[in-house]
Design a protein around this ligand. Structure first.
Ligand SMILES: Cc1ncc(COP(=O)(O)O)c(C=O)c1O
Length: 495
């Protein structure tokens, strides 16, 4: 009998309950081991601010962020060696131009030296936000930038330029209905109401894909199209915050009708066909450790409406970052990015990646830990209010900060509070906290870094903490309560 027909009679490999990872370990790092007491001493020393906790002491999983912590592939490491560190027009710049056009559409990268630049490389996403909003801010005070959910640096860059960052989360976001797949959508009702009242104060509308501030939830193509039609109807440009564009496209392919037979790369093109520009941090779906950019559609609504903007942005880029052909990145970083952008839409990678995150969240759910479901693309979000609902934890006890501190000291896993402390602020006039709508602790999963066993150990630790939640005290802020972006700088102690 032929071996082929023999294997043809076995259950199909894709139907087996456990499948191999679609990648191999290329190199690994052995961790140093520390005790809970040693971690607790260190965490107290840094005022319970997990950002200041030395990463070398993290004996568990470091889920503080999925940003810039990707394990690069061997192809990317090889590409680093081909980096050309020329001051002007390095080799990678031309490859990046071709890759941006291939990934997002030809309109987003004009031929170098021909007409106005519309592609601006920056060292991080927030540097591209700074460049955009510094220039937009010059249009006048009191402008509003609405979004389905601004990331913290985006909101801060908008407000630093005397504009108002407004989040229009979907109604479904905090519903526990797990059949709603696109909870990251823009709230159309609220958008229409805001436009009707204040359209003349809105220079730009933003869509964050996927919506990091709103539980990492994806945005549907239908929502992208509808937002685009509405805002364009008012003559207002639409931009993406495009950090997780590939993960968002994967959700559209898998859960939105009409897309199941399309390649993710084709869906990405369709998504970007609706916008006039985008900012991006490549530290997510660029699969690299550093990089960002701002891209404007050639002859799009933005460049037509603000024709002086591209020239102003180039001028700003040169004094802040460097020549437009490297813009704050070394030649080798650009080479790794080109390869990362090519890899990220590969189905075997994306399917594994998103299923890993989903399974992590579903396991928490099975252990009664309240998480946002369905799970988003890059992280699992624990609902802090539900976690502590039957305890004495009050809003100003910052339960999310307390939970992160105990998890890190007790079990060596690092997560990030994205809730009442990070997104709230202290109002000096009333002496009270102004609380945001969402109160999460985020467990962001770095790309290609951890295995199931690692993530299972996080769930086991959280389960213990959930069971003894009534004994978890709140924290008080000892420094930085009134600062902007306070979560990066503040200090706390347990009450
Ligand atoms: C949605 C979103 N926008 C912007 C940024 C800022 O990017 P960067 O960290 O490269 O400045 C991030 C970073 O995590 C993000 O998640």
């Amino acid at each position: 009998m032929k071996l082929k027909s023999l294997v043809g009679r076995l259950p199909a490999e894709q139907d087996l309950s456990v499948k191999p990872r679609p990648y191999l370990n290329h190199s690994v790092e052995l961790k140093k081991l520390f005790t809970a007491e040693e971690r607790a001493d260190m965490l107290e020393k840094v005022g319970l601010n997990v950002f200041f906790f030395p990463s070398e002491m993290i004996t568990g999983c470091d889920l503080l962020s999925d940003s810039g912590v990707t394990t690069m592939t061997s192809e990317q490491w090889a590409a680093l060696h081909l980096g050309d560190e020329a001051y002007g027009s390095n080799r990678g710049y031309f490859l990046l131009k071709d890759q941006i056009r291939a990934s997002f559409g030809e309109a987003f990268f004009n031929e170098p030296g021909v007409g106005d630049s519309n592609a601006f490389i920056f060292h991080q996403g927030r540097a591209s936000e700074d460049a955009l909003f510094t220039q937009l801010g010059k249009l006048g005070v009191g402008q509003i930038i609405p979004s389905n959910g601004h990331f913290d640096t985006t909101g801060a860059n908008i407000e630093a330029n005397k504009m108002q960052a407004v989040n229009l989360f979907s109604e479904e976001l905090l519903e526990s209905d797990t059949n709603v797949r696109f909870k990251g959508n823009m709230n159309i009702r609220k958008l229409k109401a805001l436009l009707e009242k204040s359209h003349d104060r809105i220079p730009l509308v933003y869509l964050t894909v996927t919506n990091n501030t709103a539980g990492g939830q994806p945005v549907s193509m239908a929502n992208i199209k509808e937002v685009s039609q509405i805002v364009h109807g008012y003559g207002i440009p639409l931009f993406f915050d495009a950090c997780r564009f590939a993960e968002n496209a994967w959700f559209i392919r898998n859960y939105e009708s009409g897309y199941k037979d399309k390649d993710v790369a084709i869906i990405v093109h369709e998504m970007f066909s609706h916008v006039d520009g985008f900012t991006i941090s490549y530290k997510k779906d660029g699969l690299v450790n550093m990089g960002g950019g701002l891209f404007l559609r050639n002859n799009g609504l933005f460049t037509k409406k603000y024709p002086k903007m591209p020239g102003a942005i180039v001028g700003y880029q040169i004094i802040k970052e460097g020549h437009p052909t490297y813009g704050g990145l070394s030649g080798r970083d650009i080479m790794a990015l080109v390869v990362g952008l090519r890899l990220v839409t590969r189905d075997e990678y994306l399917t594994y990646r998103i299923n890993q995150v989903s399974e992590f969240g579903e396991e928490m759910h099975r252990q009664d830990i309240p998480v946002v479901r369905p799970v988003g693309g890059h992280a699992v979000y624990v609902d802090v209010n539900k976690f502590f609902h039957d305890t004495a934890m009050g809003p100003e006890d910052f339960g999310g900060v307390a939970l992160c501190a105990i998890l890190l000291a007790g079990y060596g896993h690092r997560a990030c509070e994205l809730g009442y402390f990070s997104f709230g602020h202290f109002d000096r006039e009333t002496g009270k906290e102004v609380l945001p709508e969402v109160n999460f602790v985020r467990f962001a999963v770095p790309r290609l870094r951890y295995e199931k066993q690692d993530l299972d150990s996080v769930v086991a630790a959280l389960k213990v903490l959930h069971e003894c939640r009534k004994e978890v005290p709140g924290v008080q802020v000892t420094y930085g309560r009134e600062l902007p972006l306070r979560h990066f700088k503040a200090r706390f102690e347990f009450k």
